[in-house]
Design a binder for this molecule. Structure first.
Ligand SMILES: C[C@H]1O[C@@H](Oc2ccc([N+](=O)[O-])cc2)[C@H](O)[C@@H](O)[C@H]1O
Length: 505
């Protein structure tokens, strides 16, 4: 009671800052609060100023359209023409950092580095320079799913030459932007690139070669990542002094029961979903995860393959890839429980689903309806630390979707819960350095088109000017950034819909 009165007096006398000090739960001074976006999802200008075609241009222009609302990213949020407004929103929120991706085909229209598009380089220079004017740190993703179509026509990630193409592109990126960009992410979400793009019909390029395509892609992707990392070390690190890492989608999967079968199922599922990409880079021994490799080898033999469908690494390749990251970027969206009950797929036909055959029970939605959002970011980071050691972690994406509109109370609550969970992780000794909310603004949500909205700012896609309006959640996030503390009692005033820029931004 006495403590409560002391805190109350402190609030009344000194304002909010007093509570921040007493709570011991404020974010470290150098913690980076940011938001994230991706080129294809926001830029538009799909055929302007010399940009080449990419695999999402190709997919969304197919007739009939495979996209839920038959839309495309042709115009999207029109960010290509809105550098100043986008940076203004970052300033309104008070961001320390902004994560965005480069469109490979805007910089290299054919995908190859012999032909650089000056207008593409200029667009990113204008964006980076405008951000730096206001001390907003650029976190740059080299690849967020929009491969130049000519490279796809040559096999894309299934080609053993992919690593060379990516290395050449990375050299152009470091050369043109590395004087000002100090944080590079090679790939966004290998699982979605490989398992959805080459092992199913989920995402472009829709190569349906499940049980084979994902694994080829996985090997070539981690090799390409390592090439870009070594390139930075060998030619750029000394003069530029930045960091190079990768972002992996790590959702939380735990065994439904304590049975050995369920526990093994959870291991397989984690390894098929993210371990297959994290183990070669962050694992102590490198290479693909052991249990998964054994399982795929066994299944391959049963199916009559003369060798495992999972490619091998030579010792030299394993060493070349191991340890090639300056940080671990995590995208996180949901929690699920895993049980070993039979997955209804044909075991005679190779597939990732059969290789990791388990049932998934989605937990987050069920829990949200009763006791608020359940975010298990700290579980994820503790597990990654246990598996791979004490890396610097960045949450490079986290968020939730909602219906169109600015009234998104649930998203505000979600961000409070997620960031509270980040504080738990920091208390537990995790070296968490930053948090990027997905997303700065509504955008083209891949196969869902514009039916699913993740933005802190609403974008009116009916209006040719694509005006942006802050949602309720934008005010919540701004307040957390300003205080570097989570005030659960804070509810934005619904009558205030205009954002202002605070001093210093
Ligand atoms: C909303 C953002 O989602 C990211 O990708 C995924 C992919 C899959 C899941 N999942 O839960 O299965 C979550 C997020 C993506 O990186 C980003 O571009 C957004 O679309």
């Amino acid at each position: 009671m006495k403590r409560f009165i002391v805190i109350l007096c402190a609030v009344l006398l000194c304002g909010h800052a007093a509570v921040v000090k007493q709570s011991g739960r404020s974010f470290p001074k150098d913690f980076l609060f940011g938001t994230a976006t991706a080129s294809y999802q926001i830029e538009g200008a799909y055929n302007e100023d010399g940009k080449g075609e990419n695999i999402w241009d190709r997919l969304t222009h197919q007739v009939p359209s495979p996209i839920k609302d038959q839309s495309s990213g042709d115009i999207a949020a029109d960010s290509y023409h809105k550098v100043e407004r986008d940076v203004e929103m970052m300033r309104e929120l008070g961001l320390d950092a902004y994560r965005f991706s480069l469109s490979w085909s805007r910089i290299l229209p054919t995908g190859f580095s012999n032909q650089i598009n000056p207008a593409g380089v200029d667009y990113y220079n204008r964006l980076i320079n405008e951000m730096l004017k206001y001390n907003i740190q650029p976190l740059v993703t080299l690849y967020h799913w929009d491969l130049p179509q000519p490279l796809q026509d040559l096999g894309g990630f299934a080609s053993p030459l992919f690593g060379q193409w990516f290395e050449d592109y990375a050299r152009v990126v470091y050369t043109n932007f590395g004087d000002r960009v100090k944080f590079f992410i090679t790939f966004n979400e290998p699982r979605e690139i490989c398992n959805e793009g080459y092992g199913g019909t989920g995402f472009a390029p829709v190569v349906n070669a499940t049980g084979i395509g994902e694994y080829l892609c996985a090997k070539h992707l981690v090799t390409a990542h390592a090439k870009a990392y070594h390139l930075y070390n060998n030619e750029f690190r000394a003069s530029q002094g930045g960091k190079v890492g990768i972002t992996i989608s790590v959702n939380w999967f735990e065994a439904e029961t304590d049975s050995e079968d369920d526990k093994l199922a959870a291991i397989w599922f984690r390894q098929g979903s993210w371990g297959i990409f994290s183990e070669p880079i962050f694992g102590l021994e490198g290479g693909f995860p052991k249990e998964l490799a054994e399982r795929i080898a066994e299944k391959s033999a049963q199916q009559g393959f003369p060798r495992s469908r999972l490619p091998e690494f030579t010792d030299e390749e394993r060493e070349y890839i191991r340890g090639t990251s300056d940080f671990f970027g995590i995208n996180h969206y949901f929690n699920a429980r895993v049980s070993a009950t039979t997955y209804p797929v044909n075991p005679a036909v190779p597939s990732l689903n059969d290789d990791v055959g388990v049932d998934l029970i989605f937990e987050s939605k069920r829990a949200e309806s009763t006791s608020g959002p359940v975010v298990k970011l700290s579980n994820v980071m503790l597990l990654l630390k246990e598996l791979y050691g004490d890396w610097d972690f960045y949450i490079t994406e986290n968020g939730m979707s909602s219906a169109p509109g600015v009234d998104d109370t649930a998203r505000g609550l979600y961000y409070k819960a997620a960031l509270e969970n980040c504080l738990d992780a920091i208390d537990d000794g995790i070296k968490l350095k930053g948090y990027m909310a997905w997303s700065l603004m509504d955008n083209f949500e891949w196969m869902q088109g514009y039916t699913s909205r993740f933005g802190l700012y609403a974008v009116d896609f009916e209006d040719p000017n694509r005006p942006r309006t802050p949602k309720h959640s934008a005010f919540v996030y701004k307040r957390i950034i300003k205080d570097r503390f989570i005030d659960h009692a804070y509810v934005p005033d619904a009558s205030v819909s205009v954002m202002t820029i605070d001093e210093g931004h």
